[in-house]
Design a protein around this ligand. Structure first.
Ligand code: ADP
Ligand code: MG
Length: 253
């Protein structure tokens, strides 16, 4: 249906590793409040595309626009500061810190210096503000009752929710999620899908990579399918599921 203004656009992205074209002319765009899933067989170029969008890798060709502004080649922390945050396939948490402290780390992600100030200790008032922001984010994902537990005590599903809370605490409006459903039980997947849909309704924009067709079918507004570095299909989940090119790509895996 009708969504908000364009938030993220990639145009003709290219990245080669040696002689291998990992990403070869990929384009797509997301509007505010949309959930787009990037799928494809192993080695299709999904993670590389993610890393080109977040600034972790610099493209050999093509452009990335965030809120209408070109961000191609900007450092990851600058792109993050402009409102784009990511999670990792394997959650990046500090196991011995509390759930609340892990979420609070997101609030310092906007400046590079900020992270070191966390390690060095902060002024009391700043710390209280960070913890209040973090607590609100925990409530948003339903983890507030675990705020004072060590992060290592969380289940994989709860760790993924904590990573999302940290993104929310960081002020990110565009959420890039790398395999958010991996390792989750069926009930946890439904909870995750419910959370992501409600965040999208509030105006968050979500780009996710996942192999889990069940999760994607009930979650994504649109799907982009990659194979051998190229976009081979784009459409609603139902459209791409019956696309012969997509079926061939998955069967040929
Ligand atoms: P996907 O996430 O879809 O599984 P990737 O983006 O990780 O695919 O990888 C796309 C292709 O690029 C693969 O053939 C992979 O082996 C290769 N590749 C990815 N990263 C690197 C790298 N840093 N150096 C060399 N080759 C890489
Ligand atoms: Mg990958």
């Amino acid at each position: 249906g009708a969504k908000g203004e364009e938030v993220l656009r990639v145009e003709g992205l290219k990245k080669a590793f040696g002689g291998l074209l990992a990403v070869n002319g990929v384009s797509f765009a997301l509007r505010r409040g949309e959930i787009l899933a990037l799928i494809g067989p192993n080695g299709a170029g999904k993670s590389t595309t993610f890393n080109l969008v977040t600034g972790t890798l610099i493209p050999d060709g093509g452009k990335v626009f965030l809120f209408g502004r070109e961000v191609t080649g900007l450092a990851p922390f600058r792109i993050h500061r402009l409102g784009l945050g990511r999670t990792f396939q394997h959650p990046h948490l500090f196991p011995e810190l509390s759930v609340l402290e892990n979420a609070a780390l997101g609030t310092y992600a906007r400046t590079r210096a900020g992270f070191f100030r966390v390690l060095l200790g902060l002024h009391r008032k700043e710390e209280d503000q960070a913890l209040a922001t973090a607590y609100r984010a925990l409530k948003r994902v339903g983890l507030e009752s675990l705020a004072w537990e060590r992060a290592e005590r969380l289940t994989v599903g709860q760790q993924r929710l904590l990573e999302i809370a940290r993104l929310l605490a960081s002020g990110a409006a565009v959420l890039l999620l790398d395999e958010p459903g991996a390792g989750l039980r069926a009930g946890e997947k439904r909870e995750l899908a419910h959370l992501l849909r409600s965040l999208a309704k509030e105006g968050y924009t979500v780009l996710l990579v996942d192999h889990d067709m069940d999760l994607i079918m009930g979650l994504a507004d649109r799907v982009v399918v990659m194979n051998y570095g190229e976009k081979i299909a784009e459409g609603t989940p139902a459209e791409v599921q019956r696309n012969p090119l997509v079926r061939a790509a998955y069967l040929g895996e």
